[in-house]
Design a protein around this ligand. Structure first.
Ligand SMILES: [Mg+2]
Ligand SMILES: [Zn+2]
Length: 228
C-alpha cells in the first residue's frame, strides 16, 4: 500500500501549534532554548523537552486554545481522496500528539494515525514531553525522526510521498520518491536536487494527486523516476 507521510504544523494547520502554545502559556525562558535551537547548539528534541517543562497552563485553557486552531479547509477532502486511492495517510510530526489528536478529532479525522512527540499531563498545570519516535542514528536530533518512520516495515509501499514545509521534514525528504513541499522544505528540495513539487495548500495537493501525469506515474509505481 502506498503511503503519504504528512507533516502537521505549518502544513495541515497554517500555524505552528507548539510555538503558539509556548507563546501563550510558557515561562519566558522558552525563548532561550529556541535561540539555542535556531543557532544549531541543540536539536529540536532537547529544545522541546525543555520548553514543554516551562508550560504553566490548565488542560481547560490548553483545550480552549486548541479548539480555536483552524485547519487547511481542503485537508479533509485530500484525506478522502487518498483513502479512495486505497492509500494510507499518516501524520508524522515533530510537534505534540495531544494537540494534533484534538484538532484532527474536531474535523472528524480522528481515524488518521499520528506519530508525534507524546505529551504527559502532570499535576499543577505542568507537562512533560517524551519521544517515542526519536532515533539516535539520525543526525537531525529531532524529537520525531521522520526518516526512521519512513523506513519501518508498516510504512513500506510502492510509493512514499511526503507533504511538508519545514526542517523537521529534511531527513525524510531523501527517503521518499516525491516531496510536496513549501517554504523551507521547498528551498531545501531545490538546493539538494530532490524530486519535488511545490504546493501552497491542500487544494494544490489534491490537484496534483488528481492530475493525469500523476495517474500515469501511479500505474508505474515502483519505478525510480517521477514525471514531475
Ligand atoms: Mg511543519
Ligand atoms: Zn531522521
Amino acid at each position: 500500500m502506498s503511503v503519504i507521510l504528512c507533516d502537521f504544523d505549518g502544513t495541515i494547520v497554517p500555524e505552528d501549534v507548539t510555538d503558539a502554545l509556548l507563546e501563550r502559556f510558557a515561562l519566558p525562558e522558552w525563548q532561550i532554548l529556541e535561540q539555542d535551537w535556531r543557532a544549531g547548539r541543540i536539536g529540536s528534541r532537547a529544545c522541546m523537552a525543555g520548553q514543554v517543562e516551562l508550560l504553566r497552563v490548565t488542560t481547560e485553557e490548553l483545550n480552549r486554545y486548541l479548539d480555536s486552531v483552524e485547519m487547511d479547509p481542503a485537508f479533509p477532502a485530500f484525506v478522502a481522496h487518498v483513502l479512495d486511492l486505497g492509500w494510507k495517510l499518516v501524520v508524522v510530526s515533530d510537534g505534540i500528539d495531544y494537540a494534533i489528536h484534538r484538532i484532527l478529532r474536531r474535523y472528524g479525522l480522528g481515524h488518521i494515525p499520528v506519530l508525534a512527540n507524546h505529551l504527559e499531563c502532570l499535576a499543577g498545570g505542568r507537562y512533560r514531553l517524551t519521544f517515542p519516535h526519536a532515533n539516535q542514528d539520525c543526525k537531525t536530533a529531532s524529537g520525531t525522526c521522520k526518516c526512521g518512520i519512513a523506513r519501518r516495515e508498516e510504512m513500506a509501499g510502492p510509493v512514499q510521498i511526503l507533504v511538508g514545509d519545514g526542517t523537521s521534514d529534511f531527513c525524510v525528504a531523501t527517503a521518499v520518491q516525491v516531496v510536496l513541499a513549501k517554504d523551507r522544505l521547498l528551498h531545501h528540495c531545490r538546493m539538494q536536487g530532490l524530486p519535488h513539487l511545490p504546493f501552497t495548500d491542500f487544494d494544490t495537493c489534491l490537484a496534483i494527486l488528481a492530475s493525469p501525469a500523476f495517474a500515469i506515474w501511479r500505474t508505474r509505481a515502483g519505478l525510480s523516476h517521477s514525471p514531475f
